[in-house]
Write a protein that binds this ligand. Structure first.
Ligand SMILES: Nc1ncnc2c1ncn2[C@@H]1O[C@H](COP(=O)(O)OP(=O)(O)OP(=O)(O)O)[C@@H](O)[C@H]1O
Ligand SMILES: [Mg+2]
Length: 471
């Protein structure tokens, strides 16, 4: 059944349990080795290849947790599942944090175990298939928090590995919830600055007037309320990394100061004269359209170029293919353990529903959807009923998924909307072609052409010459 798959290793000091686990696995076509102690397991692991380990938590001699700890260091890519009779949510969370891939409480249904094993088998196959994934599996932990095996996510992880050790300023652009913060964290953790401070500032969350003093500090008496001197966060980040989230919301005067700071690391505290200098690496992120902000004069173009030394663009979730399911399973594992609910898998129908959604809120939305589903679910697998009605939510959100009515072609659908938008603009502008065109951000000529094409009656519309001659 699974010819290329190495065996799995079972460790249990209770003979009956060991034999029944073996039997279940052999029935499914897995190859199995089993031993009764963690010590024996460690010896075997040195000599042979396994695709996963299933161990009882309590063993005579070294415990399953100690084994987990030892194996994690030697073979970080080897999945370990822990079985225990003494399940508490706290222990479960600890096991997962310590690196167990899954955690089963006795008694459990064989299917629960088989699901977990099948996932590990699948993972092993994927790792075998992909040399770059193999390389990634042996890396330190931060990057493997970024879930996703789509080629775009692979490229992204590769770029993190390449850029992290450099001093380059990084700009991360992406929709809300695509993982910008995760990328920033991974960049710091994989940099040479990883043992120094990582300071994170959300520029949108701090009032404009306070952001400058937050970033660069202030002297005593610099402004009302500045009762004592306060060092800036850039000083706290000296030697490390500063992450400026939502940089698009920074005021222009502060942008100028930041630009100067980026040139040579110098700055003055608010109300101070002394020039200070630090060594800080800057990572900035925004989910707003920065090019538009530059065009509108809200964001300095020179600062943009200075930040944009390396650019990351985490793709929207809807463009990541099977990663949706992978991430859903990841969050499912997390929440079922955290809530200690035996919801182990996603039904086929639930997978189909998740895969067809547009995900305007990206990974964060998916995480929330799975959390909610784990709370609501009363069976062992997530059914579509426990997922939100995405159609309704899509219609509520203007950027939600658009579903074509079955009777229409794409052209008919688009023409319908175009017609509505044009009629709406004409109506709001009392049928002035110039003003309607302005509102629609097209030329008068283009508007006329489109109206003719859509058979919109032009009788009522009037076409006065605009004040400026360029149209
Ligand atoms: N590839 C991923 N693997 C695992 N978890 C992810 C991934 N991408 C995002 N997440 C999780 O999704 C949530 C949102 O991610 P994050 O906060 O990094 O998004 P963001 O791009 O900074 O969003 P915003 O623009 O709204 O601040 C977090 O809980 C994060 O851990
Ligand atoms: Mg964020």
């Amino acid at each position: 059944m699974k010819p290329t798959l190495p065996p799995l290793l079972i460790i249990d000091d209770e003979k009956n349990m060991r034999l029944s686990l073996e039997a279940v696995m052999l029935d499914e076509g897995y190859r199995v080795r089993s031993v009764e102690s963690a010590e024996q397991a460690l010896n075997l692991l040195q000599a042979e290849e396994f695709f996963m380990v299933i161990t009882d938590a309590r063993l005579s001699g070294m415990s399953g947790y100690e084994l987990l700890d030892k194996v994690r260091h030697r073979r970080p890519d080897l999945p370990i599942l822990i079985i225990t009779a003494y399940a508490t949510p706290k222990l479960a969370v600890e096991a997962i944090r310590a690196g167990a891939i899954d955690y089963l409480a006795k008694p459990f249904a064989p299917e629960e175990l088989l699901h977990a094993v099948a996932r590990c088998a699948e993972r092993h196959r994927l790792l075998q298939d992909n040399a770059s994934l193999r390389a990634y599996a042996t890396e330190p932990y931060a990057l493997d928090k970024i879930i996703g095996q789509s080629s775009k996510m692979e490229e992204l992880r590769q770029l993190i590995r390449t850029v992290a050790p450099t001093q380059a300023t990084v700009l991360i652009l992406g929709e809300s919830g695509t993982g910008k913060e995760l990328i920033a964290g991974a960049l710091h953790r994989h940099s040479q600055r990883h043992d120094r401070n990582y300071v994170r500032i959300n520029c949108a969350a701090i009032p404009e007037t306070l952001l400058e003093s937050e970033l660069f500090g202030h002297e005593k008496g610099a402004f009302t309320g500045a009762l004592r001197q306060k060092p800036g966060r850039v000083e706290e980040a000296d030697g490390g990394t500063i992450f400026l989230d939502e940089i698009g919301d920074m005021s222009r005067p502060l942008q100028a100061k930041l630009l100067r700071f980026l040139e040579d690391g110098t700055f003055t505290r608010v109300g101070g004269n002394e020039e200070l200098r630090v060594s800080v690496r800057l990572i900035a992120a925004t989910n707003s359209d920065i090019v538009l902000s530059i065009q509108h004069g809200q964001f300095r173009e020179d600062l943009f170029h200075r930040l944009n030394v390396v650019q990351f663009r985490p793709p929207p979730l809807r463009e990541r293919g099977d990663d949706i399911v992978l991430l859903a399973q990841h969050f499912l594992r997390q929440y079922s353990v955290a809530m200690n609910k035996p919801v182990r898998s996603l039904s086929k129908a639930a997978i189909a529903k998740l895969s067809s959604h547009h995900w305007p809120g990206n990974v964060r939305e998916l995480r929330n959807v799975i959390e909610r589903a784990v709370i609501l679910e009363t069976t062992g697998e997530i059914r579509p009923e426990s997922l939100p009605d995405f159609k309704i939510e899509g219609r509520l959100r203007k950027d939600g998924a658009i579903t074509l009515p079955p009777s229409q072609s794409l052209d008919e659908f688009l023409s319908g909307h175009e017609r509505e938008a044009i009629l709406g603009a004409l109506d709001q502008n009392h049928f002035s072609l110039t003003k309607a065109a302005e509102q629609l951000k097209i030329s008068r000529h283009a508007l006329r052409y489109r109206m003719q094409r859509l058979n919109i009656n032009t009788d009522q519309a009037y076409d006065e010459e605009p004040a400026s001659s360029s149209v």
